[in-house]
Design a protein around this ligand. Structure first.
Ligand code: CUA
Length: 276
């Protein structure tokens, strides 16, 4: 394209110089008509069409054929990512963390609850808008293992900059082990989550499965971060989050629990770090 552009530039400059310095005599109307028809219409159409065709061949298949190796559903919320895997006909939900096997073609099925976001894992490929009422599909193939950071790349509200997610690319067997671990139920008592009201919004598989509006917490303590990439997971982070969620993340739907007795908040933090 640089070579083509250079040739065209030289031709245009040549004509411009001729127009300024060339012989001062009128051209025939026939010559002028032909000149405009050829140089102003035919040449640009042929050149741009062939450059477009050449450019399209350089693009990866916009619509890939055949099923992908793995399908991951990503549903964007305010302001976090609901991530769902399909395994043995079962749907396994997690949040703000995406695990992938290396060298496998992954199909992300992107949907949104109530606001337009843009799903982007910069080291793995292009971004795609996530739009309420639409299902967008993005295919990526991670080529090396490692931990990457994904972000929302479209301004979507107060916590637009606070909805990052972690992407871990594993060797295939490590990915299978992660999926099996994530599919397993949690164990423990539902009482602290029911008393404080957490169960109304959060599911902890095997413990309490009524609430769906908030992130699934089944193995929340095994995720690298809580609150969508904001706080590294720890007991202290769970405490901060329970007490001041709206200060840590403006616009969050999660209410604060600062009004609970301290002992009850500590008990909730203990119960949360146990959800490995
Ligand atoms: Cu979601 Cu910006």
């Amino acid at each position: 394209m640089v070579a083509g552009g250079a040739i065209i530039w030289c031709l245009v400059m040549g004509v411009a110089v001729y127009a300024v310095l060339g012989r001062r005599r009128p051209q025939s109307e026939r010559f002028a008509d032909r000149f405009i028809l050829i140089c102003g219409i035919i040449v640009p159409i042929v050149t741009l069409a062939s450059l477009l065709a050449f450019g399209l061949t350089l693009l990866p298949g916009a619509r890939a054929e055949g099923p992908a190796d793995l399908r991951v559903h990503v549903h964007a919320e305010q302001f976090w990512w609901r991530v769902t895997y399909e395994a043995d006909g079962q749907r396994i939900e997690t949040a703000n963390e995406i695990h992938l096997p290396v060298d496998a073609e992954v199909e992300f099925v992107l949907t949104s609850a109530d606001v337009i976001h843009s799903f982007w894992i910069p080291p793995l490929g292009g971004k795609m808008d996530v739009i309420p009422g639409r299902t967008n599909v993005l295919r990526l193939t991670p080529r090396s293992t490692g931990t990457y950071r994904g972000v929302c790349a479209e301004f979507c509200g107060l916590s637009h900059a606070l909805m990052a997610f972690v992407v871990e690319v594993h060797p295939p067997d490590a990915f299978a082990a992660w999926l099996a671990r994530t599919a397993s139920d949690a164990s423990g008592s539902a009482a602290p989550f029911q008393q404080a009201g957490c169960a109304a919004c959060h599911t902890i598989r095997g413990v309490t499965e009524t609430g769906r509006s908030g992130p699934d917490l089944t193995h929340v303590a095994s995720r690298a971060t809580i609150a969508a990439g904001i706080l590294p997971t720890s007991r202290a982070a769970f405490l901060d989050w329970l007490i001041a969620a709206d200060e840590i993340k403006p616009g969050v739907h999660m209410p604060t629990y600062a009004m609970l007795p301290r002992a009850e908040i500590e008990a909730l933090a203990d119960a949360l770090v146990a959800l490995k």
